[in-house]
Design a binder for this molecule. Structure first.
Ligand code: GLV
Ligand code: MN
Ligand code: MN
Length: 422
C-alpha cells in the first residue's frame, strides 16, 4: 500500500453515495410496505443480510469469522499484526417495526471506512475489525445486546443459548436454523478499542441543529418480567369488592412505574409494554397477565432508587388487591462511562471536519456499553428525523449519515495509526 502525505490524509472522505446505496440495498432484507425493516434477530431475513454482509466484507479484503453466538468479525490486517484490532461496527437486526438506520448505519459505515481506506491505499498500523453483533435489539430474545454480553462474559454462553422466544425457540436452535452458530469460541476476537456510529434515536441533535453527538455516557438499564395472578370469575356476578382483577392491578403498576420515573427525573425513564392477558374474554375478569417493564437512567444511585421503589410498589399493590405479583429482574446494566481517549478522538475528528458537535448521553442501549467494560470505547451519534426510532418512520439524511461515517473514519485514523508514517 502507498503512503499518503498528511494533507491528503486529512482530506480523506468516505464515499457518501456508496454508503447510502448499501443502506437502501440492505433495507430490502425484511423491508416493510411503510419503508421500515422487520429483521428480527436470527430470522431468515437476518440470515439474508448476514450473507450479504459476509460477502461484502470479503470483497473488501477482510477475513470473516463467526463466534458461538453468531457475532460476525471481519478482520482487515494492519501493519502491526501483534496489535489487537480496533473494533468498529454495530448490529443488523431490527425491531419488529424497525427502521433502516438503527444499528445498520454503524455496521455499514464501518464497512464503508474499510472500503474508503482500500480506495485510498491506506494501511493502518493497528488492524481493524468490522463487527455485526447478534441480537442487539432484545425484541425476539431478551435481553438486548446479547451477543456483546456473551463476548464480554457478562452472561454465560449456556444461559444465552437457552433463552427462548415467544414460540419457545431457543437462541441455540435459532442460530442453527440459519447456519450462524460459528466455530470461534466466545471472546476469542480481541480488541484494542471499540467505536460505534449510531443514529441518536432522540430529539436533541435535531432540536439544536447539530450534526455530531460525542457520546460520553450511556444510561443504566433494568429489565423485569412480571406475572400477575388474580382470579378469573364472572364479570356480571362478581361484586367489585370481591374481585382479584389482574388487569386493574397492572394498571396500578403502570402508573407506579410512570410516577417513579417522573419523581426521580428528569434523567429517568420507565416503560411497561409487551402485555399478555391469558384466556381473554370480555365477560371474564382477567385472572392472569404477563408484562415487561424497564427503567433507564445515567445515574447509578437513581437506578437503585427506581428498582427499590418498584419492588416496594409491587408489594403494596399486590397486598391491596389480594393478588400475587412476581417480578423477576432479567437484566441489569449499570450506567456506562466511555473512554476519554476515544471520545476525545471523536470530538477532534468532528472539529477537524468542521462539523458542529456536543457531548451526549445515550438514551438507548448499545453493544458499546458492554465493550466499554473491557476496552477503551466510544460512540458517535448523528441526528434522526423528529428523534423517532424503533418505528418504521425512522429517518436520517444522507448528508448526516456521511458526516457520521467521516467522523468514524477520522477517529479510526487517529486511534489505529497514521498511514503517513508508512
Ligand atoms: C435497544 O435498542 C434498546 O435500547 O432497548
Ligand atoms: Mn441500535
Ligand atoms: Mn434499537
Amino acid at each position: 500500500m502507498t503512503a499518503l502525505s498528511t494533507p491528503a490524509l486529512s482530506n480523506l472522505q468516505i464515499n457518501a453515495d456508496r454508503l447510502w446505496s448499501t443502506i437502501l440495498e440492505t433495507a430490502q432484507f425484511g423491508g416493510t410496505p411503510k419503508g421500515g425493516v422487520k429483521r428480527l434477530t436470527l430470522s431468515e431475513e437476518d440470515r439474508q443480510v448476514r450473507d450479504w454482509f459476509r460477502a461484502a466484507c470479503e470483497a473488501a479484503g477482510c477475513t470473516v469469522s463467526v463466534d458461538a453466538l453468531g457475532n460476525m468479525f471481519a478482520l482487515r490486517p494492519g501493519r502491526d499484526a501483534s496489535k489487537a484490532p480496533l473494533g468498529i461496527g454495530s448490529h443488523l437486526d431490527t425491531q419488529p417495526t424497525g427502521g433502516k438506520f438503527d444499528g445498520i448505519l454503524g455496521t455499514l459505515a464501518a464497512l464503508e471506512v474499510v472500503r474508503a481506506l482500500n480506495d485510498a491505499g491506506i494501511e493502518t498500523d493497528t488492524p481493524l475489525c468490522v463487527v455485526n453483533w447478534t441480537n442487539e435489539e432484545g425484541s425476539r430474545f431478551a435481553p438486548a445486546m446479547m451477543g456483546s454480553a456473551g463476548h464480554v462474559a457478562d452472561l454465560p454462553l449456556a444461559e444465552i443459548l437457552a433463552r427462548t422466544d415467544a414460540e419457545g425457540v431457543s437462541v441455540g436452535e435459532a442460530l442453527d436454523a440459519i447456519g450462524y452458530r460459528g466455530e470461534v469460541p466466545l471472546g476469542t476476537q480481541k480488541f484494542s478499542g471499540f467505536l460505534e456510529l449510531h443514529i441518536e434515536q432522540g430529539p436533541i441533535l435535531e432540536a439544536e441543529n447539530l450534526t455530531i453527538g460525542v457520546v460520553e455516557h450511556g444510561q443504566g438499564i433494568i429489565w423485569y418480567n412480571g406475572r400477575i395472578t388474580g382470579f378469573e370469575s364472572h364479570a356480571g356476578s362478581t361484586p367489585m369488592h370481591l374481585r382479584k382483577d389482574a388487569l386493574a392491578t397492572l394498571s396500578e403498576i403502570v402508573l407506579a412505574v410512570e410516577k417513579l420515573a417522573v419523581d426521580l427525573g428528569p434523567n429517568a425513564v420507565g416503560t411497561v409494554a409487551d402485555i399478555t392477558i391469558a384466556r381473554q374474554s370480555r365477560n371474564v375478569i382477567p385472572g392472569e397477565i404477563t408484562f415487561a417493564t424497564e427503567f433507564r437512567t445515567p445515574d447509578a444511585g437513581i437506578l437503585e432508587a427506581l428498582d427499590k421503589g418498584l419492588q416496594a410498589a409491587v408489594v403494596r399493590i399486590a397486598q391491596k388487591r389480594k393478588v400475587s405479583v412476581q417480578l423477576d429482574t432479567i437484566w441489569r446494566k449499570e450506567p456506562t462511562h466511555f473512554d476519554p481517549k476515544v471520545t476525545g478522538a471523536v470530538a477532534a475528528a468532528a472539529q477537524k471536519l468542521g462539523l458542529s458537535h456536543r457531548p451526549m448521553v445515550s438514551g438507548a442501549g448499545h453493544d458499546s456499553f458492554h465493550l466499554a467494560t473491557i476496552v477503551p470505547t466510544g460512540m458517535i451519534f448523528v441526528p434522526c428525523k423528529d428523534g423517532v426510532s424503533h418505528n418504521e418512520l425512522e429517518s436520517a439524511t444522507k448528508d448526516d449519515c456521511a458526516a457520521g461515517a467521516n467522523v468514524l473514519l477520522h477517529a479510526v485514523l487517529a486511534l489505529a495509526g497514521d498511514a503517513a508514517k508508512a
